[in-house]
Design a protein around this ligand. Sequence first.
Ligand code: MLC
Ligand code: AMP
Length: 494
Amino acid sequence: MIELIERASAFRERTAIKSNFQTYTYNQLLKVSEHVGINLLNGKKDLNGDRIAFLVPPGFGHACIQWGIWRAGGIAVPLCEKHPLPSINYVIDDSEASTIVYSKEFETLLTPFFDMPEIHFVPSEEIGDQQGSLPDIQMERSALILYTSGTSGSPKGVVTTHNNIQNQITTLTGSWAWSKNDHVLNVLPLHHVHGLINMLGCALWSGACCEFLPEFSAKEVFEIFCKQEVNVFMAVPTIYFKLIACYNQLPASEQQNISKHLQTFRLMVSGSAALPVSILEQWEQVSGHTLLERYGMTETGMAISNPYHGERKPGYIGQPLPGVEIRLAGENNVVIAEGLPGEIQIKGANVFKEYWNKPKETSHAFTSDGWFKSGDIAVFEDGSYKILGRSSVDIIKSGGYKISALEIEEILRTHPKINDCSVVGIPDDEWGEVIGASLILESNDFDIEQLKEWLKERLPGYKIPRRYIVQDELPKNVMGKVTKNELKKIFIKG
Ligand code: MLC
Ligand code: AMP
């Protein structure tokens, strides 16, 4: 029995979701997700862990399909609507999806797959209200695969069970005092935990309302804030940066109006990347709120958080959430003395089950005594954790997205005019980091704008380097390894 779905019966008449200017109740969510489940079963008793990929816009339909897959015993694999075909292909292929549920607006994008006989295609608009029964689902079963970039080139599928997801949700609903009277505005994509678990999952667990804006727009966010329905907001630091920039352009009367409405909010959270103290302070001026900064990962959900009640320390991520064990480890996974920097390692029922079809990577991600190795370096001081950086220079965080430098390098090297390359993250006020690429070219006859167009067909927009330099050779150490920190300095110097 999936408790998240069972609980919805207690909130039947309440609004669960607001999307596309329409409101949908928990009753509708239960009914439509039941139909989705029965349609997917198509006469079978249980999907028995089949991977069902789905490509639909964020909103009511997305939630119904996710719940429908779960109710039929499948594993939900949300696809990203902004991804180009090769990225979508990778996820479908890697997850070995048996079915793709899609909304008609993505039909053209998916056309190249339609002749794959092993995949069943279901247009979401054609799901009817078939009668039938649904299986009983055990909480230990795998529920979700979200793709995340790692230190290896290609993204890995992070498998979480219903039990993991419930733990990731309830640690937040308890710690951040969610209630059925909450109304969260969700502007983040639903193929990552920030939008999917922290907002949609927590709202639906609580009987609250999750409102969607299909695309982020600072102006529209402020307009919705001023309607006085939303009382909870969560976003990545880049979004707060963009909101502040938009606010600063507005006439004083509009600023006052927005600020007045923001004062009435219950909770405002920042996460997925380091929140610069300058953004926290400017948002305090705009809204009267000290942002609650928390730390998490696709593999663990949220792990460390500043308190809901109590002091939120600028520049710090806070304390372990209830049910989450945290330690800082040094060389050979030995716990380090307090005050020294070490890798954040995490244990708890929130921690994922495995990387899909990657037993070696899964075992490499854990210590021999079962701690998940985050790759993030932190220090514990004055009762709070502070992130200092990452153990790998090949992981970039831009706009809250985790990006593997190696994945981009691999693609760049397939370009006929690029002999070699190296990709790094360059500090940036708006994006956290922007991607920089150093290129070693076959000849001088090369156009960067054409390269960007070429990359757009192969990579999602947020993985396309924004800054380029052309070098005769890459900076390397005596072992012949590219010294990425040197390269970063070259970019920073400009
Ligand atoms: C887009 N642009 C970028 C960029 N992304 N420029 C530099 N770096 C980037 N990363 C440029 C585009 O090329 C375009 O430029 C312009 O910005 C607008 O593009 P867009 O795609 O429309 O951007 P926008 O919608 O404004 O997107 C910004 C954003 C988005 C912040 C809303 O990046 C986003 O949704 N980020 C959140 C990702 C997320 O959910 N992460 C959570 C992972 S889970 P031009 O010139 O064409 O106009 C996780 C765990 C945890 O991390 O702890 O939560
Ligand atoms: P993802 O794999 O997309 O889930 O991203 C997880 C990574 O985001 C973590 O390993 C951290 O590097 C980063 N992250 C999340 N929250 C924070 C935060 N508050 N401060 C700094 N980094 C963060």
